[in-house]
Design a protein around this ligand. Structure first.
Ligand SMILES: [Zn+2]
Length: 423
């Protein structure tokens, strides 16, 4: 765009598009065809006063900060940037401070419009690499946009009405690395993520929510491992512990799988292949239709695995009992029945359940589960598989909160009214 009699109109046009506030004005808008860039130079009107960004009191214009650049949303196919030297104000109370710009948040290299667009794009894309390509940024640049969006969302988040939470572990990186996650059960959102799965990690989860909220939580769903129980006793002693059915059904499945494997080895030694290829039929809640006849036959044979499976199936009725007293009765009968068998693995589960029965019966008062946490698994899995640059816990936490935290992530854009576009 060569300077012409149109320049002023173009500058004004950009000023409106950017939502520039007085006394900022567009000095020039240059199109660099070779680099495929639109550069918009913005300046603070020379005769305008300055106010301290800390207290709002008028101050003296001290000098200008060195020229900076902010990435803006593309104009057609052109990368667009805003350049400006921002005035610095000298305040009697706060000293020399850089005046705030209306188009970007302090410390950001991006305009508000760019960040708002990026938030939408990151939310829609499965991988950061893809976002990086679309925005023509490097991976770290996109991660910074994620971090800033999450910080914004956390600052705006309200946690007043949380009655039920779930604590759960998720694997992190390859191998034996874990993070702990706290979920808002009713709100179906992740509240916090901490590194590790010990008591300290559990306590850090609790500490991440304000004390008033924490001490208002009525119940927390968790596994029976003990770390989260200890963490909850320490940080939210009023909260009832609920060992939820998802974790319990996982224990049953492991016991059945071990029973099947051991039995399969015994049978094979006698040349009997009955249990071959049956693993998933025992583990799945629903046996696929084409396998139902075969599965029914398996149940007819006098198999240890089939017996173990029956005890698991019987236990489903436990959760349907109308109250804790009936639940306790049901459990006592079921436990006696299991104890009379030689199913060592299922008996071990029964013993564990008996030891923790008090905190299992709480389910009848607070019928909560970690189902929400299971629901997040596929989302978290896709974050995990986006492996590039995914070394640090900080990034992992940030991205889980971005996608599963139900946060209000976008910056507040300058209103159209302020920009004069509605005139
Ligand atoms: Zn001041």
């Amino acid at each position: 765009m060569k300077p012409s009699k149109n320049t002023e109109t173009v500058a004004e046009h950009y000023g409106k598009l950017l939502g520039l506030e007085e006394p900022w004005e567009v000095k020039s808008a240059q199109l660099d065809l070779l680099r495929g860039r639109v550069e918009i130079e913005v300046e603070w009107r020379k005769d305008a006063g300055v106010a301290c960004p800390e207290c709002g009191q008028p101050g003296v214009r001290h000098d200008h900060a060195p020229e900076r650049e902010w990435r803006h949303v593309n104009v057609m196919q052109f990368t667009s940037v805003i350049r400006a030297r921002v005035p610095r104000c000298r305040c009697v109370t706060h000293g020399v401070k850089t005046v705030r710009t209306s188009w970007a948040e302090p410390g950001s290299h991006f305009t508000l419009h760019f960040e708002a667009f990026a938030v939408k794009l990151i939310g829609a894309c499965r991988s950061l690499t893809q976002v990086a390509e679309l925005l023509e940024l490097d991976w770290d640049g996109v991660q910074r946009l994620v971090d800033r969006a999450v910080a914004r969302g956390l600052a705006r988040r309200t946690l007043a009405d949380i009655r039920y939470v779930g604590l759960d572990e998720k694997s992190f990186l390859r191998g034996q690395s874990y993070v702990s996650v706290m979920n808002d059960v009713k709100g179906a959102r992740v509240l916090e993520v901490t590194l590790g799965r010990d008591q300290a990690a559990g306590e850090a989860l609790w500490q991440a929510i304000p004390e008033a909220t924490r001490l208002n939580v009525e119940a927390a769903a968790m596994d029976m491992s003990g770390s989260y129980v200890a963490a909850t006793h320490a940080q939210a002693p009023q909260a009832a512990i609920v060992h939820d059915k998802f974790h319990i059904s996982k224990m049953f499945n492991e016991a059945i799988d071990q029973t099947r494997r051991a039995e399969h080895v015994r049978l094979q030694a006698k040349g009997d292949d009955t249990l071959k290829g049956t693993r998933y039929q025992w583990l799945h809640g629903v046996v696929p239709e084409r396998k139902q006849a075969g599965f029914a036959e398996l149940l007819e044979i006098n198999l240890q695995t089939a017996k173990a499976w029956c005890y698991k199936e019987q236990f489903i009725e436990f959760w349907a009992q109308p109250n804790a007293a009936m639940g306790e009765d049901f459990f006592a009968k079921w436990f006696r029945s299991v104890s009379s068998t030689r199913l060592t693995k299922v008996k071990a589960v029964a013993q564990t359940l008996k030891r923790h029965l008090t905190n299992i019966l709480t389910y009848f008062v607070h019928p909560i589960t970690n189902a929400i946490s299971e629901g997040f698994n596929s989302k978290i899995q896709s974050i995990k598989s986006d492996a590039r640059g995914f070394r640090s816990f900080k990034h992992y936490r940030s991205r889980i909160l971005f996608h599963c935290g139900k946060l209000d992530l976008a910056p507040i854009l300058p209103s159209l009214a302020a920009s004069g576009l509605t005139h």
